[in-house]
Design a protein around this ligand. Structure first.
Ligand code: NAP
Ligand code: MG
Length: 474
């Protein structure tokens, strides 16, 4: 049984003032595996105060010093990769291959940020002004459970690269991963207070951070509902706010697509991270004339999609993170059936032979229309919808017929055609014939998928404020 009863403030592991207990589960077995002592508003205030004290000195460090720190952090997290992998599998249930990617990603984002900093000009001349990009202040970083370690290190990497200090509020459901990452970052030996990690509830610790007058910047990843709430409360002190929210990403299968490639890519896009991904391609847009062929290929390919024990190498889809998320996915599968969609694969309940664990049957619906709930709302599980279109104009219209705009996929044998379609999609990222992430490219949403961008230069600038100094230029 794990016992996690410390948080990290001002360079030290400390016992929180808060004492609310929280149970950690293994989602593959539903067994309680540990107990967490949650921090509260008092702890959040201590963390903000530590970050504020550290900011005075840290904000004036040279980029070179921060590059060295980021590289030390990278090495320290990389050194704990196997521990992190174990925590990700045990506490989150990611299948081993995905868990390895997540564990590696958690260190890579730190090195990526160091690389961005190497090439970034903090001072530039504009007209007669000298424009200096200045660290914005104390950053509050609020992260969800679907990639805990990578969100903590990714947001910290950008904040610290910019010269900001930070208070992180991770998901309490990820306390094992958070502990491994915190121990690793502690070993990197940064000045006290530069980063603080306070595990507690969103409505206590999260709310305290997002309303604190000494927090200048917020970066939040999570649900659209909570994102809107945070933006409203942050308005009181005009905090700069980056929101990375939900999605309902279209996969546009153009009529010239090679289904040998398109079908596997469609399943990868839809089922990545066990379907618990904001960027999951959950609306599959197929030309009406090729629907029967596409459906037959999907049914055949679904035979290799295995939901099960994340430690089993054959597993491609792990359990949902919690009973709450399992219930949510079941509810949506029920709504899909009730509203008249046709179950092509999967359906309600657990996979055959599975007695315990928050596993769902990977599900593909066909005959889905744009007004159905399953075509409009983010399900956050392995549930995909096939919609049909008559011509490319209609495909683009359906793709954009959503309040979201995080990511889109275009599959075609003709890259020029795909690029033309991509130019008309309202989404922060469009992936043509690929599902591969590029850390140099900006990431973030149009419309209700969020505000602002993460990664690369745009991600760095989200933690900087331009200051123009006039009258000093020669
Ligand atoms: P969530 O409630 O939006 O939580 C995200 C983070 O915000 C968590 O750390 C959460 O703490 C915190 N939070 C909650 N209420 C807050 C408040 N009033 N002020 C400040 N922080 C607050 O998401 P969730 O409960 O983990 O998942 C629910 C749904 O969110 C999912 O079904 C999915 O649709 C979406 N989601 C999206 C992403 C994404 O990558 N865009 C990731 C995860 C979830 P608590 O853990 O205490 O709630
Ligand atoms: Mg929540």
């Amino acid at each position: 049984m794990y016992r996690i009863d410390q948080i990290y403030i001002d360079g030290a592991f400390v016992t929180p003032h808060g004492d609310e207990p929280f149970a950690l589960f293994n989602p593959a077995t539903e067994a309680v595996i540990g107990h967490v002592r949650l921090a509260d508003e008092v702890d959040a205030a201590h963390a903000v105060a530590a970050a504020k004290r550290a900011f005075t000195t840290f904000s004036r460090t040279a980029p070179r010093e921060r590059i060295d720190m980021l590289l030390r952090m990278h090495a320290a997290v990389l050194a704990r990769e196997d521990d992190l992998l174990d925590a990700i599998v045990e506490e989150y249930g990611a299948p081993a291959s995905r868990a390895r990617w997540m564990a590696r990603h958690a260190s890579e984002v730190l090195r990526d940020a160091a690389g961005v900093l190497e090439n970034y000009a903090f001072t530039r001349r504009m007209g007669t002004a000298e424009v200096v990009m200045q660290p914005i202040g104390v950053a509050g970083l609020i992260t969800p459970w679907n990639n805990d370690a990578g969100f903590i290190t990714g947001k910290l990497a950008a904040a610290l690269a910019a010269g900001c200090t930070a208070v992180v509020k991770p998901s309490e459901m990820s306390a094992l991963q958070t502990r491994v990452v915190t121990e690793a970052l502690h070993a990197a030996g940064l000045p006290p207070g530069v980063f603080n990690i306070v595990t507690g509830r969103g409505d206590t610790v999260g709310a305290a951070i997002s309303t604190h007058p000494d927090v200048t910047k917020l970066s939040f990843t999570g649900s659209t509902a909570v994102g809107k709430h945070i933006l409203r409360t942050a308005a009181e002190s005009l905090k700069r706010t980056t929101l990375e929210l939900g999605g309902k990403s279209p996969v546009i299968v153009l009529d010239d697509a090679d289904f040998d490639k398109a079908v596997p890519l469609t399943l990868q896009a839809g089922f990545m991270n066990s379907g618990q991904a904001c960027i999951a391609g959950t609306r599959i847009l197929v030309p009406q004339a090729r629907l029967a062929e596409f459906e037959a290929r999907m049914v055949a390919a679904m035979a290799d999609v295995r939901a099960g024990d994340p430690r089993d190498a054959a597993t491609t889809i792990g359990p949902m993170v919690s009973q709450k998320q399992w219930d949510r996915v079941q509810r949506y599968i029920g709504i899909g059936i009730d509203e008249g969609a046709r179950v092509l694969a999967g359906g309600p309940g657990r996979p055959d032979g599975v007695q315990a664990g928050w596993l769902v049957r990977p599900t593909v619906f066909s005959d889905v229309t744009g007004d159905m709930t399953i075509a409009r709302e983010e399900i956050f599980g392995p549930v995909l919808s096939i919609l049909t279109y008559r011509d490319t104009e209609e495909a683009i219209a359906i793709a954009n017929d959503t309040p979201y705009g995080l990511q889109a996929y275009v599959l075609s044998s003709n890259v020029a055609r795909a690029r033309e379609v991509a130019s008309r999609i309202e989404a922060g990222r469009v992936l043509v014939n690929t599902v591969t992430h590029d850390p140099a490219a900006p990431f973030g949403g149009f419309k209700q998928s969020g505000i602002g961008r993460e990664y690369g230069t745009f991600g760095l600038e989200a933690f900087l404020e331009p200051k123009a100094v006039l009258g000093v230029a020669a």
